[in-house]
Design a protein around this ligand. Structure first.
Ligand SMILES: [Zn+2]
Length: 474
């Protein structure tokens, strides 16, 4: 039976990927596949990465964000390593979906939620990340108690998941919404959970929450640890091996020492997580990398692998730094800082790495002249101010009203270049942070590439929309 389930999920998952891709691009060629290879022989899936890759194509980022390109400043190893690690508390808005008859799937009740939160706290505490529940709501709604079965032939489960989030998500800018709902059993297996990466423009919108399959939620369950790891910026430890297109993939990762800097820009972007094929067991995997080097012990107990809950026990130090960096960068509104943020920023990082020059460079201030502000047909960038390496913009619509939840796709260029995504808040405001630099006198140019509506469609614009030069003030 187990073998049958595995066979079905292999064939159907691959088909699912193609179907989703085509459904999102009814009139376009398939975008460059990048990391979209679905893990083979997976009876239970965490498709967080695959869903992001498909969405990336929908956002038109397939060309500008090639495989393993940086999705933001925290993908820069120096920036990651310089991140303060003062304790942070992630606020959670928990939603348990139940039926109108008062039943809840898998018996999930308040005690189960408490136990799961305690499990989260226990798992993340060594990394100075805590959790507090800002709201816990039990919803009696037959429409969303159980998501439709995972199927390669339709997108019902995806649509239901998004509809559920849109219906019930609340305070998404100040809390990470965590949904618990079951999923109907189908012939293609089931999904453990799904998260939204912090660099996704929808990360702090109603569609950006985390969903955990109720069957894998509760006391001691680690699916939520894994999914929140994704939500805070972590990839699978097997990304560079089992989620690449092959040995020639620019994201491919082979056996390497923990000091190999190239492993900071391939695979899961953490050189202290050994390269590994997907591994469903606690033991070291068999086989070898593209160069014929045996995998060795690897790290099957890492939360971001596919090992069984019974042996998962830790994140790596660099994974912890990524979570602190990405959560501060993209989910700051959902965090509570135990110490004043200003003090935390000014403190020397806990890491032994020296403070990079960009920290000093970011203290410069530059004003953006009105002459640099460009109109777009259905969106206007009204004002800008660059301060301490942060360009603050307000986006308004043609009537001058703040344009909420508009996604900006921008590129920073200087000694290096990186593409970043940012989304306006309800007041139309957004901040774009400059990347780090090792140059003695950094001079960065920010070019706004495109604007996307909340539904992801592109707003017609003239390119470049806006160019802001950030340079030392004399
Ligand atoms: Zn995952």
């Amino acid at each position: 039976m187990r073998r049958l389930a595995q066979f079905l999920s292999v064939t159907c998952c691959a088909a699912l990927g193609s179907f989703l891709l085509l459904a999102e691009h009814p009139s376009h060629a398939m975008p460059t596949a990048c990391g979209t290879k679905l893990v083979e022989q997976t009876p239970y899936l965490c498709p967080t990465e695959q869903v992001w890759e498909l969405r990336r194509g929908r956002l038109g980022l397939s060309d500008s964000l090639t495989c393993c390109a940086r999705a933001g400043v925290c993908d820069a190893p120096a920036r990651r390593d310089a991140t303060p690690s003062e304790p942070i508390i992630m606020r959670l808005a928990v939603h348990v979906m139940g039926g109108s008859d008062g039943t809840f799937p898998a018996g999930v009740d308040a005690a189960a939620v408490d136990a799961q939160i305690e499990t989260l706290r226990h798992a993340f505490a060594p990394y100075a990340i805590g959790f507090e529940v800002t709201s816990l709501r039990f919803h009696a709604d037959d429409a969303f108690m159980c998501l439709p079965a995972y199927s390669p032939f339709n997108r019902l489960w995806v649509r239901a998941l998004n509809a559920m989030k849109l219906e019930y998500a609340d305070d998404t800018e100040s809390s990470l919404n965590l949904f618990v709902a079951c999923q109907e059993l189908g012939f293609a297996g089931t999904i453990l959970g799904l998260a939204t990466f912090p660099w996704d423009p929808e990360a702090t919108t109603p569609r950006g929450g985390v969903w955990i399959n109720a069957a894998f939620f509760g006391d001691g369950q680690l699916t939520a640890v894994h999914e929140i790891g994704h939500a805070l910026g972590l990839w699978h430890t097997h990304r560079g091996v089992s989620e690449t297109s092959g040995c020639d993939d620019p994201c491919a990762e082979g056996v390497h020492p923990a000091t190999d800097r190239s492993a900071d820009t391939t695979g899961d972007f953490c050189k202290d997580t050994p390269a590994t094929p997907v591994n469903f067991r606690c033991e070291a995997p068999r086989g070898s990398d593209c160069a014929g080097v045996a995998w060795g012990h690897t790290d099957p107990a890492n939360y971001m692998g596919y090992g069984p809950d019974s042996c998962l026990s830790h994140f790596s130090p660099e994974q912890a730094l990524r979570m602190h960096c990405w959560s501060r960068d993209a989910r700051a509104g959902q965090l509570r800082f135990l110490e004043p943020r200003v003090a935390a920023v000014q403190q020397r990082p806990a890491s032994t790495a020296p403070v990079p020059p960009e920290v000093r460079a970011r203290s410069r201030t530059v004003a953006v002249s009105a002459a640099r502000v460009a109109d777009v047909r259905r969106g206007v960038v009204r004002q800008g101010l660059a301060s301490e390496g942060v360009v603050a913009l307000t986006v308004v619509d043609a009537a001058g009203r703040p344009a909420a939840h508009v996604t900006l796709v921008a590129e920073w260029s200087g000694s290096t270049s990186s593409t970043l995504l940012a989304q306006t808040g309800r007041d139309g405001r957004v901040q774009l942070r400059s990347p780090g630099s090792s140059a003695p006198a950094p001079r960065w140019t920010l070019t706004l590439k495109s604007l996307l509506r909340p539904d992801g469609t592109r707003i017609a614009t003239r390119a470049p929309l806006l160019r802001v030069v950030v340079e030392p003030q004399h």
